[in-house]
Design a binder for this molecule. Structure first.
Ligand code: FES
Ligand code: MG
Length: 592
């Protein structure tokens, strides 16, 4: 076999399947692959062995359609001269896993690294989709660094309820408000939420799934135009076939993740994330991928590079449309092309098809101008995250593009200090405590209160809970106050439209300032200066630190499973990607 440059190249799989120096092991490796009908000739022909890392299963319905798509991937692989080996990845279902799917991201990552390293795989198709499946797969590809291409399963079709689009996740926040005010009952609540999931596929909103799938394309790891195609569309099947064909050529070209996932590519990702109104989970996952491929990326880069970028994609929760509209409007290439016109994209960044992102996107056009906007018609200016720090935490992010007019007018419009507000802290010890006490009148919650939640970071609540966006008490909602400032060391769902200050690092359980906050404390947030501080004296701060240490540090619930304990002992903070710290030093492990 020869690669495209005409040079013979022995693939890593041949060390297993065609090693005359060690006939004993070669026979063992080969004989069990023959038992379902592969032939020795095929396995020793030098054809690339292509893994299909299968994330779909009955446990992970968002990705389940990959079981069907894998058939078309296999056909593409065969046609291009490869042999497909499909195998399962530890399933992750965002909405189904207790205590949270994020706990499993690093577990799936570890498992996939072992499979890609330890088996005769020359290249891999990463079947991405539901929130954490995308970063888990890309993190593993980064660590192993064999040729890899991602394939989105695609979003669900648009949901509809009484003539209006209902988007995954986002509808839940609205339905909860309606349930709280008595506009709908339990039955109505269930029907309203289920309407948002009309077909196979992942969340149809710009939640973490659509965000991460779009960013996998912007990073260069998916074929152009692949991210936005809804799961049931014929184009999704066609893209699966093309993806299978392409990975075989990538093996011959030896086009590896490290050739694609460069600093320039990550900067493109940050810019695209702002333009699409991407999830607040994106910095966690993208920073994790960068760390595993060995690219320097700091949480502050998200503000420096991304903040000034306008919001162009009009999808829920920040806007009004859903996944099908995104596809018909032109998807990621149309967004990238608009950003290219304003010189915000490193056009030379290489992608999986062997071309640059600039070449791939230069002819893309916006087909539905209300869904994907131009800079002239942008939905929000300066739509990227801002990064805050102070005595409460070293870093936390805020998605300013989802600040409502109501929120802006109440908290950010004081002419004496625009962009800054002060309030009285109400502190909850995790989601259970919040649900217990939010309607407790003795807390005296009013519009000058700020809701804090702690003990919800990667250590405090294994994997970090998606709980920072907290509803005000029902009494306040009835008075028309539907959002209070929310701050915490956990995460929030990408489908939430709340402008929370979240991913606070270090978390309370790792000694962050949130651990010493008390209900009633005055807190000042200044978005212009990027500051978040408890307004108490240094002496008082020091005293509280001493008291916390004397009490044995911040207390959190014990682990319930072995993995929770293992991960807690070695996980990094949200601002640094929540990676397993010992894993980062293993870079490009299968590169020979
Ligand atoms: Fe799986 Fe949203 S719950 S994509
Ligand atoms: Mg989520």
């Amino acid at each position: 076999m020869a690669d495209t440059t005409g040079k013979p190249r022995k693939l890593r799989s041949q060390a297993w399947y065609n090693n005359p120096d060690n006939p004993g092991m070669t026979a063992l490796y080969i004989e069990r692959q023959l038992n379902y009908g592969l032939t020795r000739k095929e396995l020793q022909s030098g054809k690339p062995i292509i893994g299909i890392a299968q994330t779909g299963s009955d446990l992970s319905p968002c990705n389940r359609h990959h079981l069907v798509l894998a058939e078309r991937v296999r056909e593409g692989i065969r046609e291009a001269g490869g042999i497909a080996f499909e195998f399962p990845v530890h399933p992750i279902q965002e909405t189904g896993k207790r205590p949270g799917a994020a706990l499993d991201r690093n577990l799936a990552y570890l498992g996939l690294v072992e499979l890609l390293y330890g088996y005769p795989i020359d290249g891999v198709v990463l079947t991405i989709g539901c929130d954490k499946t995308t970063p888990a797969c890309l993190m593993a590809a980064a660590t192993v660094n064999i040729p890899a291409i991602a394939l989105s399963v695609g979003p669900m079709l648009n949901g509809w309820w009484h003539g209006e689009r209902t988007g995954s996740g986002t509808i839940v926040w609205k339905a909860r408000e309606m349930l709280a005010t008595g506009e709908i009952d339990y039955e109505g609540f269930m029907d309203m939420v289920a309407s948002s999931a009309p077909s196979t596929g992942y969340c149809n909103t710009m939640g973490t799934a659509t965000t991460m799938n779009s960013l996998a394309e912007a990073l260069g790891m998916q074929l152009p135009g692949s991210a936005a195609i809804p799961a049931p569309y014929r184009e999704r099947q066609q893209m699966s076939y093309e993806t299978g064909k392409r990975i075989v050529d990538m093996v011959w070209e030896d086009l590896k993740p490290s050739d694609i996932m460069t600093r320039e590519a990550f900067e493109n990702v940050i810019v695209v994330n702002s333009a699409i109104g991407g999830s607040t989970n994106a910095p966690i996952h993208i920073n994790a991928i960068a760390r595993h491929i060995g690219v320097e990326l700091d949480i502050r880069d998200w503000q420096t590079i991304g903040h000034k970028v306008p919001l162009l994609v009009n999808l829920q929760p920040a806007g009004k449309y859903l996944g099908e509209d995104y596809q018909h409007a032109g998807g990621v290439p149309a967004v990238v092309n608009e950003l290219m016109k304003h010189k915000l994209i490193h056009e030379g960044a290489l992608t999986v098809n062997g071309k640059s992102i600039g070449e791939n996107c230069k002819n893309a056009s916006i087909e539905l101008p209300d869904v994907i906007r131009t800079f002239d018609t942008a939905l929000v200016q300066d739509a990227g995250f801002i990064v805050l720090s102070g005595n409460l935490f070293d870093s936390a992010i805020m998605k300013t593009s989802v600040i409502s007019k109501e929120f802006h007018d109440r908290y950010l419009a004081d002419p004496k200090s625009p962009g800054a507000f002060e309030g009285r802290a109400i502190v909850f010890e995790g989601p259970e405590d919040y649900h217990h006490r939010i309607d407790d009148p003795s807390l005296d919650i009013d519009e000058h209160s700020m809701l804090f939640i702690r003990g919800t970071g990667p250590i405090g609540y294994p994997g970090a809970a998606e709980v920072v966006n907290m509803q005000p008490p029902a009494a306040l909602i009835k008075r028309g106050i539907t959002a209070l400032p929310c701050i915490g060391d956990g995460r929030q769902s990408g489908t939430s439209g709340s402008p929370s200050i979240l991913n606070a690092s270090p978390e309370a359980a790792a000694g962050g300032g949130l651990a010493i906050l008390k209900t009633g404390d005055p807190v000042r947030i200044d978005l212009n200066k990027g500051e978040a501080n408890i307004l108490i004296s240094d002496e008082e701060l020091a005293q509280r630190r001493a008291d916390l240490a004397a009490a044995g540090g911040f207390h959190y619930a014990p682990s319930q499973t072995p993995w929770q304990e293992i991960q807690r002992a070695m996980v990094d903070q949200l601002g640094d990607g929540m990676v397993l710290k010992p894993a980062v030093k293993y870079q490009k492990v299968a590169q020979t």
